[in-house]
Each structure stands twice: as C-alpha cells, then as structure tokens.
Design a protein around this ligand. Structure first.
Ligand SMILES: [Zn+2]
Length: 80
C-alpha cells in the first residue's frame, strides 16, 4: 500500500496524509497505545476505490520502543 497499490482490489488510487496536522486525531483516536505512557500516531493509507485503510507508525523511536516492550509474534520455537 505504501507503494501506491491497493492489496485488496489492485487499484492505484491510493492516498496518504502523513503530514496532516494533528494526525493523532481527537483524544488520540488515530494512534495506538505503546506503553502506559506512550502513544504512537498512525499514518493512514486509503484506497479511494474500495475504501481499504492501512495504518503505519512512522515514528522510529516508537517502533524501537514497541520492539523493546511488546511480545514478538515470531519466536524461534514456534513453527507457524
Ligand atoms: Zn482498494
């Protein structure tokens, strides 16, 4: 989706507002909790044909924080 193609319908009619002021939304609604005290704002990619929304965290500091605090989905012992 970041490359401008919708993974759902194949459209290239994809839009992003990464530099939107106040992009974290009213009361942080367009953000996710990272820890007790930290929220990460989301960049949303929207397909104007089918309406699919994909969200990304752009803040590298928050990505590092998540990698340090959250549980990894893939662990060495798991096979799926
Ligand atoms: Zn689409």
């Amino acid at each position: 989706m970041k490359q401008g193609k919708c993974p759902k319908c194949g459209s290239t009619n994809v839009y992003v507002a990464a530099d939107l002021p106040l992009k974290s939304g009213p009361f942080g609604s367009n953000s996710i909790p990272v820890s007790l005290t930290a929220m990460a704002a989301l960049d949303n990619y929207v397909c104007a044909d089918c309406g699919l929304v994909e969200s990304y965290i752009a803040d590298e500091y928050m990505l590092k924080k998540i990698a340090g605090k959250w549980k990894p989905v893939n662990t060495a012992a798991d096979d799926d």
